[in-house]
Design a protein around this ligand. Structure first.
Ligand SMILES: [Zn+2]
Length: 301
Protein backbone atom coordinates (compact mmCIF):
# COMPACT_ATOMS: atom_id res chain seq x y z
CA UNK A 1 0.00 0.00 0.00
CA UNK A 2 2.79 2.35 1.01
CA UNK A 3 4.56 1.67 -2.24
CA UNK A 4 1.42 2.48 -4.25
CA UNK A 5 0.98 5.80 -2.42
CA UNK A 6 4.60 6.69 -2.93
CA UNK A 7 4.37 5.84 -6.61
CA UNK A 8 1.25 7.96 -7.00
CA UNK A 9 2.98 10.86 -5.24
CA UNK A 10 6.04 10.50 -7.45
CA UNK A 11 3.84 10.47 -10.54
CA UNK A 12 1.95 13.57 -9.41
CA UNK A 13 5.26 15.25 -8.78
CA UNK A 14 6.57 14.29 -12.18
CA UNK A 15 3.38 15.51 -13.85
CA UNK A 16 3.76 18.82 -12.03
CA UNK A 17 7.33 19.23 -13.20
CA UNK A 18 6.41 18.34 -16.75
CA UNK A 19 3.48 20.78 -16.88
CA UNK A 20 3.86 22.92 -19.96
CA UNK A 21 5.07 26.25 -18.70
CA UNK A 22 6.01 28.91 -21.22
CA UNK A 23 9.54 30.17 -20.64
CA UNK A 24 9.65 33.81 -21.68
CA UNK A 25 12.72 36.03 -21.65
CA UNK A 26 12.18 39.78 -21.87
CA UNK A 27 14.59 42.61 -22.61
CA UNK A 28 13.28 44.84 -19.81
CA UNK A 29 11.81 44.38 -16.36
CA UNK A 30 8.62 46.21 -17.41
CA UNK A 31 8.04 43.65 -20.13
CA UNK A 32 8.67 40.90 -17.58
CA UNK A 33 5.99 42.42 -15.35
CA UNK A 34 3.47 42.61 -18.20
CA UNK A 35 4.30 39.01 -19.22
CA UNK A 36 3.62 37.85 -15.67
CA UNK A 37 0.30 39.69 -15.64
CA UNK A 38 -0.85 38.30 -18.99
CA UNK A 39 0.66 34.82 -18.57
CA UNK A 40 -0.19 34.26 -14.91
CA UNK A 41 0.72 30.81 -13.61
CA UNK A 42 1.26 29.50 -17.16
CA UNK A 43 4.52 31.35 -17.74
CA UNK A 44 7.90 31.79 -16.15
CA UNK A 45 9.37 35.18 -17.08
CA UNK A 46 12.92 36.44 -16.78
CA UNK A 47 14.34 39.82 -17.77
CA UNK A 48 17.73 40.25 -19.44
CA UNK A 49 18.20 43.78 -18.07
CA UNK A 50 17.54 44.84 -14.51
CA UNK A 51 15.21 47.72 -13.69
CA UNK A 52 18.03 50.12 -12.81
CA UNK A 53 19.96 49.62 -16.06
CA UNK A 54 20.13 52.00 -19.02
CA UNK A 55 18.52 49.86 -21.73
CA UNK A 56 20.62 51.61 -24.39
CA UNK A 57 23.76 50.25 -22.76
CA UNK A 58 23.22 46.60 -21.85
CA UNK A 59 26.31 44.49 -22.48
CA UNK A 60 25.62 41.11 -24.11
CA UNK A 61 27.09 38.48 -21.76
CA UNK A 62 27.27 34.66 -21.97
CA UNK A 63 24.90 34.34 -18.99
CA UNK A 64 22.25 36.22 -20.99
CA UNK A 65 22.81 33.98 -24.03
CA UNK A 66 22.19 30.98 -21.78
CA UNK A 67 18.79 32.33 -20.70
CA UNK A 68 17.73 32.59 -24.35
CA UNK A 69 18.84 29.05 -25.23
CA UNK A 70 16.02 27.60 -23.13
CA UNK A 71 13.36 30.20 -23.92
CA UNK A 72 10.10 29.59 -25.77
CA UNK A 73 9.51 33.29 -26.29
CA UNK A 74 11.58 36.47 -26.37
CA UNK A 75 9.92 39.86 -25.86
CA UNK A 76 11.89 42.95 -26.77
CA UNK A 77 11.32 46.70 -26.49
CA UNK A 78 12.22 47.10 -30.16
CA UNK A 79 13.36 50.03 -32.31
CA UNK A 80 17.02 50.74 -31.59
CA UNK A 81 16.76 50.56 -27.80
CA UNK A 82 17.66 46.91 -27.35
CA UNK A 83 19.66 46.03 -30.46
CA UNK A 84 21.90 44.02 -28.12
CA UNK A 85 19.08 41.45 -28.04
CA UNK A 86 19.87 40.59 -31.69
CA UNK A 87 23.40 39.47 -30.91
CA UNK A 88 22.13 37.45 -27.94
CA UNK A 89 19.47 35.68 -30.04
CA UNK A 90 22.07 34.88 -32.71
CA UNK A 91 24.53 33.57 -30.14
CA UNK A 92 21.83 31.43 -28.49
CA UNK A 93 20.99 29.80 -31.86
CA UNK A 94 17.44 29.24 -30.67
CA UNK A 95 15.57 29.32 -33.99
CA UNK A 96 12.16 29.79 -32.34
CA UNK A 97 13.30 33.26 -31.27
CA UNK A 98 14.54 34.49 -34.65
CA UNK A 99 12.91 37.55 -36.15
CA UNK A 100 9.45 36.71 -37.46
CA UNK A 101 9.35 33.23 -35.88
CA UNK A 102 6.63 32.08 -33.47
CA UNK A 103 8.72 32.85 -30.38
CA UNK A 104 9.63 36.42 -31.37
CA UNK A 105 7.62 39.29 -29.90
CA UNK A 106 8.41 42.96 -30.57
CA UNK A 107 6.40 44.83 -27.94
CA UNK A 108 6.59 48.06 -29.96
CA UNK A 109 4.55 46.70 -32.88
CA UNK A 110 1.60 49.03 -33.40
CA UNK A 111 2.76 51.70 -30.92
CA UNK A 112 2.31 55.18 -32.47
CA UNK A 113 5.86 56.55 -32.37
CA UNK A 114 7.01 60.05 -31.49
CA UNK A 115 10.04 61.76 -33.02
CA UNK A 116 9.94 59.48 -36.01
CA UNK A 117 12.55 60.86 -38.40
CA UNK A 118 11.18 62.25 -41.62
CA UNK A 119 13.21 61.67 -44.74
CA UNK A 120 16.86 60.77 -44.61
CA UNK A 121 18.59 59.88 -41.36
CA UNK A 122 21.97 61.61 -41.01
CA UNK A 123 24.74 61.74 -38.45
CA UNK A 124 23.74 65.19 -37.17
CA UNK A 125 20.75 63.56 -35.48
CA UNK A 126 22.98 61.48 -33.18
CA UNK A 127 23.54 57.74 -33.06
CA UNK A 128 20.47 56.63 -31.18
CA UNK A 129 16.69 56.99 -31.48
CA UNK A 130 17.15 56.59 -35.23
CA UNK A 131 13.76 54.90 -35.82
CA UNK A 132 11.81 57.23 -33.56
CA UNK A 133 11.76 57.63 -29.80
CA UNK A 134 11.96 54.16 -28.20
CA UNK A 135 10.95 55.14 -24.63
CA UNK A 136 7.28 54.54 -25.39
CA UNK A 137 6.51 52.51 -22.24
CA UNK A 138 6.57 55.76 -20.26
CA UNK A 139 3.08 56.46 -21.55
CA UNK A 140 1.16 53.86 -19.53
CA UNK A 141 -1.51 53.73 -22.24
CA UNK A 142 1.05 52.10 -24.55
CA UNK A 143 1.26 49.14 -22.19
CA UNK A 144 -2.09 47.98 -23.59
CA UNK A 145 -0.43 47.59 -27.00
CA UNK A 146 2.64 45.95 -25.42
CA UNK A 147 0.38 43.54 -23.51
CA UNK A 148 -1.63 42.76 -26.67
CA UNK A 149 1.58 41.85 -28.52
CA UNK A 150 2.58 39.61 -25.60
CA UNK A 151 -0.90 38.07 -25.51
CA UNK A 152 -0.58 37.13 -29.20
CA UNK A 153 2.81 35.52 -28.48
CA UNK A 154 1.44 33.46 -25.59
CA UNK A 155 -1.52 32.32 -27.68
CA UNK A 156 0.89 31.08 -30.35
CA UNK A 157 2.94 29.24 -27.72
CA UNK A 158 -0.04 27.64 -25.94
CA UNK A 159 -3.28 27.94 -27.96
CA UNK A 160 -5.15 25.75 -25.45
CA UNK A 161 -4.60 28.43 -22.76
CA UNK A 162 -5.88 31.32 -24.91
CA UNK A 163 -8.92 31.88 -22.68
CA UNK A 164 -6.77 32.19 -19.56
CA UNK A 165 -4.42 34.67 -21.24
CA UNK A 166 -7.31 36.75 -22.57
CA UNK A 167 -8.90 36.95 -19.11
CA UNK A 168 -5.56 37.97 -17.59
CA UNK A 169 -5.08 40.60 -20.30
CA UNK A 170 -8.55 42.02 -19.62
CA UNK A 171 -7.79 42.23 -15.89
CA UNK A 172 -4.52 44.04 -16.64
CA UNK A 173 -6.27 46.56 -18.87
CA UNK A 174 -8.99 47.13 -16.24
CA UNK A 175 -6.41 47.89 -13.56
CA UNK A 176 -4.45 50.11 -15.93
CA UNK A 177 -7.56 52.12 -16.80
CA UNK A 178 -8.36 52.64 -13.12
CA UNK A 179 -4.83 53.71 -12.34
CA UNK A 180 -4.64 55.97 -15.38
CA UNK A 181 -7.69 57.90 -14.23
CA UNK A 182 -6.00 58.51 -10.88
CA UNK A 183 -2.67 59.54 -12.44
CA UNK A 184 -4.35 61.94 -14.87
CA UNK A 185 -6.37 63.53 -12.09
CA UNK A 186 -3.21 64.11 -10.05
CA UNK A 187 -1.28 65.50 -13.01
CA UNK A 188 -4.07 67.81 -14.22
CA UNK A 189 -2.75 70.80 -12.29
CA UNK A 190 0.69 70.50 -13.92
CA UNK A 191 -0.64 70.96 -17.44
CA UNK A 192 1.93 72.95 -19.41
CA UNK A 193 4.59 72.68 -16.68
CA UNK A 194 7.98 73.15 -18.32
CA UNK A 195 10.64 70.62 -17.43
CA UNK A 196 14.19 69.82 -18.53
CA UNK A 197 14.96 66.12 -18.94
CA UNK A 198 18.40 64.54 -19.01
CA UNK A 199 17.78 62.26 -21.98
CA UNK A 200 14.96 62.43 -24.49
CA UNK A 201 13.16 59.62 -22.69
CA UNK A 202 10.07 61.50 -21.54
CA UNK A 203 8.13 62.66 -24.62
CA UNK A 204 5.47 59.93 -24.26
CA UNK A 205 5.02 60.64 -20.55
CA UNK A 206 4.94 64.39 -21.22
CA UNK A 207 2.32 64.09 -23.93
CA UNK A 208 0.10 61.84 -21.82
CA UNK A 209 0.26 64.02 -18.72
CA UNK A 210 0.56 67.47 -20.28
CA UNK A 211 4.15 68.37 -19.37
CA UNK A 212 6.22 70.56 -21.70
CA UNK A 213 9.76 69.25 -22.23
CA UNK A 214 11.68 72.49 -22.83
CA UNK A 215 15.16 71.02 -23.23
CA UNK A 216 17.54 68.16 -22.55
CA UNK A 217 20.76 67.97 -20.55
CA UNK A 218 22.15 65.88 -23.40
CA UNK A 219 22.59 68.03 -26.53
CA UNK A 220 21.61 64.94 -28.59
CA UNK A 221 20.44 61.52 -27.40
CA UNK A 222 23.47 59.68 -26.03
CA UNK A 223 25.83 62.69 -26.19
CA UNK A 224 27.09 64.03 -22.84
CA UNK A 225 26.57 67.75 -22.16
CA UNK A 226 29.22 70.36 -22.91
CA UNK A 227 29.77 73.49 -20.79
CA UNK A 228 28.36 75.66 -23.58
CA UNK A 229 25.21 73.53 -23.81
CA UNK A 230 24.68 73.72 -20.04
CA UNK A 231 25.16 77.51 -20.07
CA UNK A 232 22.50 77.77 -22.76
CA UNK A 233 20.14 75.69 -20.61
CA UNK A 234 20.77 77.92 -17.57
CA UNK A 235 19.73 80.96 -19.62
CA UNK A 236 16.63 79.20 -20.91
CA UNK A 237 15.64 77.93 -17.47
CA UNK A 238 16.00 81.40 -15.94
CA UNK A 239 14.14 83.11 -18.79
CA UNK A 240 11.27 80.59 -18.74
CA UNK A 241 11.27 79.92 -14.99
CA UNK A 242 11.85 76.18 -15.37
CA UNK A 243 12.09 74.53 -11.97
CA UNK A 244 12.14 70.78 -12.58
CA UNK A 245 14.90 68.58 -14.04
CA UNK A 246 13.82 64.98 -14.66
CA UNK A 247 16.59 62.43 -14.91
CA UNK A 248 16.98 58.67 -14.72
CA UNK A 249 18.79 57.48 -11.63
CA UNK A 250 21.55 55.87 -13.75
CA UNK A 251 22.66 59.11 -15.43
CA UNK A 252 25.49 61.21 -13.98
CA UNK A 253 24.27 63.93 -11.62
CA UNK A 254 26.92 66.50 -12.50
CA UNK A 255 24.99 68.23 -15.30
CA UNK A 256 21.61 68.28 -13.53
CA UNK A 257 23.19 69.40 -10.24
CA UNK A 258 25.04 72.21 -12.03
CA UNK A 259 21.77 73.43 -13.59
CA UNK A 260 19.95 73.16 -10.26
CA UNK A 261 22.71 75.13 -8.51
CA UNK A 262 22.50 77.95 -11.05
CA UNK A 263 18.71 78.16 -11.27
CA UNK A 264 17.23 76.84 -8.02
CA UNK A 265 15.48 74.03 -9.91
CA UNK A 266 14.87 70.64 -8.28
CA UNK A 267 16.41 67.46 -9.69
CA UNK A 268 13.96 64.54 -9.78
CA UNK A 269 15.86 61.26 -10.21
CA UNK A 270 13.30 58.78 -11.48
CA UNK A 271 13.24 55.00 -11.74
CA UNK A 272 11.85 54.39 -15.24
CA UNK A 273 11.40 50.61 -15.01
CA UNK A 274 10.04 48.02 -12.60
CA UNK A 275 12.66 47.27 -9.96
CA UNK A 276 14.50 50.53 -10.66
CA UNK A 277 14.32 51.57 -6.99
CA UNK A 278 13.50 49.88 -3.71
CA UNK A 279 9.90 51.13 -3.73
CA UNK A 280 9.44 50.79 -7.50
CA UNK A 281 8.75 47.08 -7.81
CA UNK A 282 6.20 46.97 -10.63
CA UNK A 283 5.56 48.81 -13.90
CA UNK A 284 2.65 50.63 -12.26
CA UNK A 285 4.90 51.71 -9.38
CA UNK A 286 7.03 53.64 -11.91
CA UNK A 287 4.16 56.09 -12.45
CA UNK A 288 2.99 56.17 -8.83
CA UNK A 289 6.48 57.14 -7.78
CA UNK A 290 7.42 59.66 -10.48
CA UNK A 291 4.09 61.48 -10.09
CA UNK A 292 4.59 61.58 -6.33
CA UNK A 293 8.09 63.02 -6.83
CA UNK A 294 6.81 65.60 -9.29
CA UNK A 295 4.15 66.63 -6.78
CA UNK A 296 6.84 67.08 -4.12
CA UNK A 297 9.17 69.08 -6.34
CA UNK A 298 6.75 71.13 -8.43
CA UNK A 299 4.50 71.78 -5.44
CA UNK A 300 1.10 73.41 -5.77
CA UNK A 301 1.70 75.06 -9.07
ZN1 LIG B 1 16.92 56.83 -25.39
Amino acid sequence: MKIIILTAAALACWAGAARAEIKVVTASSDLKYICERVGGAEVKAESLASGDQDLHMVEPRPSLVYKLKKADLVVRVGLDLDMWVDSLINAARNKRLFYGKEGYVDASAGVPLLEKPEGKVDASMGDIHIYGNPHYWLDPANSKIMAANILAGFKRAAPDKAGVFEANYAAFVRELDEKMAGWQARMARYKGLKVITYHSSWPYFARRFGLDVAGHVEPKPGIPPTAAHLDGLVKKMKAENIKVILTESYYPRRGPDFLAGKTGAVVVPAAVSAGGARDVKTYFDVFDRVIEDLEKSAGNK
